[in-house]
Design a protein around this ligand. Structure first.
Ligand SMILES: Cc1cc2nc3c(=O)[nH]c(=O)nc-3n(C[C@H](O)[C@H](O)[C@H](O)COP(=O)(O)O)c2cc1C
Length: 225
């Protein structure tokens, strides 16, 4: 997809890509994406995103370290995340998403080993040649800053789509925050919200042929006149 696509087309082209070609993205293209992402809005223009991108040898070291941490149970999230906290329609949507994804990649509900391997692909960055780790400073209860970093992440993802690239935001990577800080030489004051694996999508992979729909506008918007 070229940058000439309309906003409407780019928004609809973006989806979470979970299999990538090995080809690295040329640095000028990564920089163009970062030039777009930095224009995201933030509370009082504070721009509280601290982004670390790993490629090449460092990307491989990082994935190996995360896999080792996972193997030894070294799970060190900076922020909690539990699907059990979601209730009602939110829980239903999450279950529907999991079921649709596993069906698309041919993993049965009861095939626990296959489900675990599918989940571990998160830790291999779904074979992406690059991963961006979105860190943030601790500020108050962190909610405002996390919202700003989310704004940055979505702008980053849309720019990837506009450049014919793909990415997937990954809370899963945040479970290994200490390991990631250690490998990248980042101090303890920056907290990891999520990572984004990115690169050229592998069009032949089943994971990339699946799409998940959204609830209609009426389910999330109330008009007051
Ligand atoms: C903040 C955030 C964290 C996410 N974490 C993960 C993750 O760890 N692993 C994963 O496979 N997908 C992850 N996703 C992708 C969602 O599952 C995906 O955005 C959602 O199902 C909608 O699908 P779409 O992005 O293809 O439109 C995450 C998305 C967001 C916004």
């Amino acid at each position: 997809m070229s940058e000439d696509k309309s906003f409407h087309e780019v928004v609809r082209a973006r989806h979470s890509v979970r299999s990538f070609l090995p080809d690295p993205v040329p640095e000028p293209v990564i920089r163009a994406v970062l030039e777009d992402a930095r224009l995201a809005s933030s509370n009082c223009n504070t721009q509280p995103w601290e982004v670390h991108i790993a490629s090449g040898v460092v990307r491989n070291q990082l994935s190996d370290a995360i896999l080792a941490a996972n193997g030894s149970g070294k799970v060190t999230p900076d922020f909690s995340f539990s699907l059990g906290d979601y209730h009602g329609v939110y829980s239903e949507r999450s279950k529907a998403q999991g079921a649709a994804y596993h069906q698309a990649i041919g993993v049965a509900r009861a095939a626990f080993d296959e489900r675990r391997s599918a989940s571990e692909r998160n830790l291999k960055f779904f074979d992406a040649p690059h991963v961006a780790m979105l860190f943030m400073p601790v500020t108050g209860d962190c909610v405002r800053v996390a919202g700003d970093v989310g704004m940055y992440g979505q702008t980053f993802l849309l720019s990837l789509a506009a450049h014919g690239l793909g990415g997937v935001p990954q809370t899963t990577l945040g479970f290994y925050a200490d390991t990631i800080r250690e490998v990248l030489g980042i101090g303890p004051t920056l907290k990891l919200l999520f990572g984004i694996s990115f690169g050229y999508p592998d069009p032949s992979h089943a994971a990339n042929r699946y799409r998940i729909d959204r609830a209609p506008v009426e389910q999330s918007v109330s008009f007051h006149r």
